[in-house]
Structures are given as structure tokens and as C-alpha cells.
Design a protein around this ligand. Sequence first.
Ligand code: ZN
Length: 454
Amino acid sequence: MEFKKIENHDSGEKIYSLIKKMFPICRSITGNGVRKTLKIIKNNIPIVIKEIPSGTQVFDWTIPKEWNIKKAYIKNSKGEKIVDFKKSNLHVLNYSIPIHKKMSLKELKPHLHTLPEYPDWIPYLTSYYKERWGFCLTHNQYTNLNDDTYEVFIDSSLKDGLLTFGELLIKGETKDEVLFSCYLCHPSLCNDNLSGVSLLTFLAKYLLKQKLKYSYRFLFIPETIGAITWLSLNEKNVHKIKHGLVATCVGDPGNSTYKKSRIGDTLIDKAVEKVLIDSEQPYKIVDFFPSGSDERQFCSPGFNLPIGSLVRTLYGNFPEYHTSADNLDFIKHKALEDSFKKYLDTIFILENNKTYINTNSKCEPQLGKRGLYQTLGSQKNNALIQDALMWTLNMADGTNSTLDIASKSKMKFKTIKEATDILEKNNLLKNMDSQCTNMDLNFGQLTNNTLQKQ
Ligand code: ZN
């Protein structure tokens, strides 16, 4: 069994086109927009769609009423629609209660929201837990409003209903899980976070065709309330999660950023750091902080899961964030492709990180008599692999993993992996994980059978 990593040069294009398909849908934390989006995802990967009723208590929170919207506009006294939900679903304050009323500009103004510093952009605002109504518009639209009588119409509904999310478990050899989570509650916004939704869809699609050591769980949930709901429903099983990432903002042209898990030095933290170093591109690593996305819930002290977040420009740090400028022009194929590759590289490390013991540890083994030098290819590559062989033989004392050796030698993970492969083939290394893996495997099969019976 070995996880294979294939260079996929059209992944950026595919991820982008799925984003384009999902972009027009008006989403929120509940409602038909989420259902439509999950249906599109389900056309690509076999997610299971789950629905939890409004009013359900999830830890300290209550699942809110379900929100849906058909249309919304503001008309002036001439009957002209001066703000229309049809043109951009950001125009309506997300979760607005229904209203149909005529009013003066003075009465209307407290319900209007703009971004004076970017007068052409529509801000994205929500009011999930306080019932109100409002419109978001460009500051230019706002400054053009005259003293007039306006007809305000929001054809929405806020009723007891369901909170909807999607989940996919890809079973590997062991019951240990890697969690990939993203949120699908934002309306027409690309980087935050259709980029994460689409990237994870293609990541799952890719993993479905692989033989895997770990099991992989994918969550497509509304932000915050979705993560809280999922954790509340799955509290008994979260101990299976050994590594994880929250995928968001993976399509902007900025450099990669990694936000560490709350624990800070887990395998996922080290693996992503190594991926970023090995990429030879500029990057940033930031410590965990308690604001942000769903890592807030996964890394709350009662769970404290080894989950970080691999993004490009961190949410809030790009001006387009939560505005109509976070659109299909803002995200780039190349950036999506690069992010996808970094997620795959991280999985490659998780799947292939093993601990070995040198079977010939008293002085160096004679490599020449084993014919290893002749098989090493070009001069430059030869020296590199030879160096990797020396590092591996020396560090393989049963305590250092492939990742440890790669980090200490400052060589790429894939180079050390190549060296361990050569040495293992020549019986100079013994994999220390094999016994554990077999045990895990048996246990995993037991668990799977038990699950199937339920
Ligand atoms: Zn957001």
C-alpha cells in the first residue's frame, strides 16, 4: 500500500469551474442555498447529507430557524429598482426578516450598509441571531439616494426548519482519521469560502481513488453553528481525529499562510511547515489565535484537536474579504492549483511518515557492495541521494520519523522518502510502525464491521 501523488496540472481549472457553478447561489447558514450547493458537491463525491431541526440544543447554542429568500429590492417613487437582490445576493443583509413597506429616506437609512472606503464594493453582512432586516449596497449607490419615498420589499422566510450539512468518510486501513473541514454558508463570495469548498471536493475525489493508511473525513458545514453541531453530534468519536485542516481562502494570489493548531507542535503542524519549506516559495506561519474560522470550535479547550488551517492570505487580511470584490476575478487558477498541491503534499507526508531502525547500525554499511551507487542516476541527483542515504542511516535509530530526518537534514521530505525506499529494499532499514499498523488494521476492521451492523 502506498499513497501515490500525481502531478495534476488541470486541478486549478477544475476547482475554478466548480466555484463558478456554485457562485450564483444565495447561501446562508441554513436553507435551500446550502441544499443546492450540497447537491452540486454530491454530483462530484458521494457525501451524505444530514439535517438537524431548528431548536436543537448543541452545547451552549440552539440551531436557529431556517432562512430562505426569493427576491428583494428597493424601488424609488418612479418604480425603478435602485437596489435588486437579483443583481447580487450580497444586497440583502443575510438572514433579513421579511418586509414590504413604503418609507422615507430617513426611515430607510438605518437599514442600509455600505463601505465608504471602497465605494464600488457591496459589503457582506449577516444577522443570524438578531431578527432585523437590511440592505447592503455600494457607497456610490448610497450617495445617489434622494429624498424620496421608497418601497422596500424582502420576500424572505424565517421559520422552524433544518440545518443542513454534508459529510464524507473515506475509509483507509486504520480507524485513525484526518479531518478536512470547510464552510459553505457564504453567498456569492469566492475566496471565502467557495475556494475551500471546491478544493476539498476535488481532494476527496482524488483520495477516493487511492489506497490510504488513514481514514479521511470531509465536512461541508455552515461556519460556527455547523462545526458546533457536528462536534455535539460526534463528541464520542472525535478521539479518532489525529490530524486535520480547515480549508478556506485558498484561491487568492497571495502567499501561503499556515495557522497552527492550538497545541502548536503536532504532526499536522510539522507536516504543513515542511510542505511550505519544501515548496521553496515565500510563506508565513502564525500561531493559533482564538478568532477565525471553525478551528475556533475544533481547538476549543474541551476538544483541543490537532487541527490547523492552511490558507493563502488570511481572512481579514485582504481588502476584498467579505465584499463583492471577493469574486470570480479575485481568485486565480494558479493559486488554486498551488493550494491543492500543498494539501496533497501534506497528505503525502501524513501517509508516508514512518519510523525506521537501521539494521546495520554498527558503523556504516558498505553501500558499494550492495550496488547502490550504480543505480543512482545523474551526478547531481547521485550526490543528493547519497547524502539522504547517509542522513537516513544515521538517524534511523527507531526514534526519528521520515519527517524528523527530513527536517534535521534540511532535505526535502520526498528525497528522504526516496532514500528510505532504497534502504528498505536493500534490507538496511526496518519499519518500526509495521507491528503497530497491523494492530491498528485489525482494530480498524473490527470497528468497520461493528459500524456496518448498526
Ligand atoms: Zn467569512
